[in-house]
Design a protein around this ligand. Structure first.
Ligand code: NAD
Length: 335
């Protein structure tokens, strides 16, 4: 039996990960630490309530006393760190909280993990040389691509938004704990996720919500910015593989080779909604171009060859099947 600390699991990706991980690993108890900011919602974890191997703690990853208490109380033997401020638009309006949570919060978790597992300034039941810190990060740390090429694990970091800069900084701090102190860590940098339980503010839920309420569907700039979309459960499976089998100190990119412009995304969703919830006119008539986001990266695309070749990862969902599942979930939520 092992107790693993998961952070930020009331948000989108974490709340998809927890039920998957609980079911797959009966030998783990999952301690969930989440501040329940506007982005966290315990409804997302309702299916786990009552499970004796699931514990939820409301609190801040920046609160060192609390983090130390959790390590001691639950004898934590692994960390999978999802918690972050994650919305680029918010980071443009209010970057301070991104620096605080994404950089200082990651530092706090790392430092406590290192001290608990390796340095032992406070009581620990055993030395946990195999205990692992898994940091969840984004492809946005690499900046923007031109019309060709892909991000690989050796692409230089060139973050353009306060969000991506704060994630890039946190990746570097993780790296430093590995290199300087020998902390067993792995980092995964993933492309844009989509699927159930994503916060309303993000692109795909916004398109569906606005369409269903007959409001303008806002698309930044010319709509030709390209993102590489991955179904959230395929991300969760990649995290599982890297957490268990990834090489210590390594970074793995996760992405499904599903490049789409924002315009293609909105067009596809409107076509599906036209079939599933027909009205007198097409939802496409609601598409409205709005002023572009400043520093808006043009194209992201992940080369996941390392994860595929080393660990045998492969996305199960293609975009066409994943987006239908996703829309069906939001139709249940919004109707
Ligand atoms: P999210 O915004 O949906 O959820 C973030 C969660 O973190 C929320 O539950 C929130 O309450 C919690 N949180 C925020 N500040 C906290 C703090 N100080 N202490 C404790 N908890 C706090 O985010 P998400 O989309 O699920 O992303 C999860 C992770 O994956 C993030 O690290 C993000 O950078 C990364 N990521 C996301 C995507 C994506 O497409 N969503 C892609 C690649 C990587």
């Amino acid at each position: 039996m092992r107790n693993i600390l998961l952070t930020g699991t009331a948000g989108f990706i974490g709340s998809n990960f927890v039920p998957y991980f609980l079911e797959k690993y009966p030998e783990y108890t999952l301690i969930n630490l989440d501040l329940l900011t506007y982005a966290g919602n315990l409804e997302n974890l309702k299916e786990c309530e009552g499970n004796s191997r699931y514990k939820f703690i409301k609190g801040d990853i920046c609160n060192r006393e609390l983090v130390e208490f959790i390590f001691r109380e639950y004898d934590i033997q692994g960390v999978i760190h999802f918690a972050a401020e994650s919305h680029v638009d918010n980071s443009i309006k209010n970057p301070g909280v991104f620096v605080q949570t994404n950089i200082n919060g990651t530092f706090t978790l790392l430092d406590v993990a290192y001290k608990y597992w390796m340095d032992k300034p406070f009581t620990c039941k055993a030395k946990y040389q195999d205990a692992r810190f898994h940091h969840i990060s984004t492809d946005e740390v690499y900046g923007t691509l031109g019309e060709t090429g892909f991000f690989t694990e050796s692409t230089p970091y060139a973050p353009n938004s306060p969000y991506s800069a704060s994630k890039a900084s946190s990746d570097m701090i993780v790296r430093s704990y590995q290199e300087t102190y020998g902390l067993n860590s792995v980092i995964t940098n993933c492309s844009n996720n989509y699927g159930p339980k994503q916060h309303d503010e993000k692109l795909i839920p916004t398109i569906i919500r606005k369409a269903l309420s007959n409001q303008a569907i806002p698309i930044y700039g010319d709509g030709k910015n390209i993102r590489d979309w991955l179904y959230v459960l395929d991300h969760c499976k990649g995290i599982d593989l890297v957490y268990h089998n990834g090489k210590s100190g390594q970074t793995y990119n996760i992405g499904g080779r599903n490049e789409r412009t924002n315009l293609q995304i909105v067009d596809r969703i409107c076509t599906i909604l036209d079939e599933k919830v027909p009205t007198t006119k097409s939802y496409k008539e609601l598409i409205t171009f709005v002023e572009d986001r400043s520093g808006h990266d043009r194209r992201y695309a992940i080369d996941a060859t390392k994860l595929e070749n080393e660990l045998g990862w492969k996305a199960d969902e293609n975009f066409d099947s994943g987006i239908v599942k996703t829309i069906e979930w939001y139709l249940r939520k919004y109707n």
